[in-house]
Design a protein around this ligand. Structure first.
Ligand code: RIB
Ligand code: CA
Length: 314
């Protein structure tokens, strides 16, 4: 079975970092063409540094890390230090990574890589604001022919917003980019809050990861130990939703998830509801079914997968 070609576009962020670790542990299944970074949880200088740190911690030296957009397409950047800490990855000791920055032009990397790839061959996995992906599509629409599917973390339906009453952070930060991605015409798998809020990093689950006692597991447990404190207060749940790793888990074990093809349209104009994802779950309009909207996940199976893969770093 040929490995799936993947580009991960992220804004680490503790949960992005765990998504990277999960992907790094699946090199037998995923051909990681590169990691591109975007401003989101924290400014770009930190998200790109954090992604390179994760390569060092996981001992991955053959996956290029590129820096991309420092600002959304049209709006001013909003960050989320209150959730992720000033470093973006509070919970792990920060260091200057050995992994070099491959370039500060992630958009050109995405365009060039896709233009030289075959039709329907590359999976894009955005787990932050989708600015880099949208900018690449705008710059060179021909790249879409090489996109197999886009598996993204973003949006919300029944869960409501986590950054505004009606919008999830990734889509709210850059709603114009999200609209371009949802409307690009290629298959989109959307991991919104409706599904990511079902995979909570409870103490028991974090303890099992901690017990693996390897550098990646220790970093994961440390980051999750920090990451969940805000969500626990906010939602009263035990443990934080592990948003971004849902995308990689879907690539490795799609059967863990259940979704429904429907239309997702992004609000870009309204000051009140900017970034809202209008999910036509009951097909009450004739809008095109542009996304597989995920609504259920086997949470125990998700953590079994994650813990089992992190054990590979032993
Ligand atoms: O709303 C959750 C998303 O926003 C996650 O991707 C998290 O990392 C932040 O980027
Ligand atoms: Ca993210």
């Amino acid at each position: 079975m040929p490995r799936r070609k993947v580009i991960i576009d992220c804004d680490p962020g503790q949960d992005d970092a765990v998504a990277l670790f999960l992907a790094f542990a699946a090199r037998d299944e995923l051909d990681l063409l590169g990691v591109t970074t975007v401003a989101g949880n924290v400014p770009l200088a930190l998200t790109q540094r954090n992604a390179r740190m994760m390569c060092d911690i996981a001992g991955v030296a053959d996956v290029p890390v590129h820096a991309g957009a420092a600002e959304p397409l049209e709006l001013r950047l909003e960050t989320a230090e209150a959730i992720h800490g000033k470093t973006g990855i509070d919970g792990v000791d920060v260091f200057e990574p050995r992994t070099p920055l491959a370039s500060d032009d992630a958009v050109s990397f995405i365009v060039d890589t896709l233009l030289r790839s075959g039709p329907d061959s590359v999976t894009l996995v955005p787990t932050g604001p989708m600015t880099n992906i949208a900018a690449a599509i705008r710059q060179e629409p021909a790249i879409l022919g090489s996109v197999r599917e886009i598996v993204l973390m973003g949006g919300a339906m029944r869960e409501g917003g986590n950054r505004s009453p009606s919008a999830e952070f990734n889509v709210l930060v850059d709603p114009h980019a999200a609209a371009i991605v949802f409307d690009c015409g290629r298959p989109v798998v959307a991991m919104g809050l409706d599904v990511t809020h079902q995979v909570l990093s409870t103490r028991e689950r974090v303890a099992r990861i901690q017990a693996l006692d390897n550098p990646v597991a220790r970093a994961t447990a440390g980051m999750l130990g920090f990451f969940h404190r805000h969500d626990t207060e906010k939602y009263g749940s035990e443990g934080a939703p592990l948003h971004d790793p849902c995308t990689i888990a879907y690539l490795l074990a799609p059967g863990l998830f259940e979704g429904k093809l429907c239309n997702v349209t992004v609000e870009t104009g309204s000051p009140l509801t900017r970034g809202h994802t209008a999910v036509d779950f009951w097909h009450v309009t004739d809008r095109p079914h542009n996304a597989l909207w995920m609504h259920s996940v086997d949470a125990d199976g998700f953590y079994e997968l994650l813990t089992g893969r992190l054990a590979r770093f032993g």
